[in-house]
Design a protein. Structure first.
Length: 209
């Protein structure tokens, strides 16, 4: 079992499922759930933005005692540990729409109403921005190929494959599916780099035996 690695969790890419099906089952007590990349509301611009990661946080020695680090942070935060990296991605349109419906109520609670396109323009090519260079990852799975990707990740981590995967935190899927094609095409255009990444990773997943 590989017990020294980083998992970069992109928003709305089945991270909660992976957390409970892999980390809680096989690495309980040995992994750090780092939510440093957690969104916060900036009242001046009335949008969500990521907090700055300062150097003494980035290199804090407490992180070195964990075998696995999982959570919302950018690819370069733990470069100094030199651990292999893993992640999952999702079709860019489905991902950003899922994120929109997940956070829609929170926006409205804070007095801000955003249309789908207004929200999507705030998150262009989010997956590519968080992941950095995909060639530096040991493995990147795809939510749209969940069972195959999950099995492959278990193989890379030298863990037993699971017969079934319990999906966690389902929300907004119906709304995502009902989004008009015209809106979906516009979102694709806003996320052209993420679309290239998605097709590249999908090709690799389908091609591996």
């Amino acid at each position: 079992m590989i017990d020294k690695f980083i998992y970069v969790h992109i928003l709305k890419t089945a991270g909660t499922t992976i957390r409970y099906e892999i980390f809680e089952k096989h690495y309980k007590g040995k992994y750090l759930y780092d939510d440093m990349f957690k969104m916060k509301r900036n009242p001046d611009i009335k949008k969500f933005e990521h907090p700055v990661i300062i150097e003494n946080q980035k290199n804090h020695p407490k992180y070195k005692k964990y075998n696995v680090i999982f959570g919302h942070f950018k690819y370069d935060k733990y470069n100094h540990l030199n651990f292999p990296m893993f992640s999952f991605i999702r079709h860019p349109v489905d991902r950003v729409l899922s994120q929109y419906y997940y956070h829609k109520g929170l926006y409205e609670k804070n007095g801000k109403k955003l249309s789908v396109m207004e929200f999507c323009r705030q998150w262009p090519n989010h997956m590519s921005d968080v992941l950095g260079d995909p060639k530096k990852y040991k493995f990147i799975g795809v939510v749209d190929q969940m069972k195959r990707s999950f099995d492959m990740m278990c193989d890379y981590l030298e863990l037993p494959r699971q017969h079934s995967i319990m999906k966690k935190r389902v929300g907004g899927d119906d709304m995502v599916k009902r989004t008009p094609k015209k809106i979906r095409r516009k979102i694709e255009q806003l996320n052209d780099i993420d679309m290239q990444l998605y097709h590249m990773i999908m090709e690799k997943i389908r091609g591996e035996k």
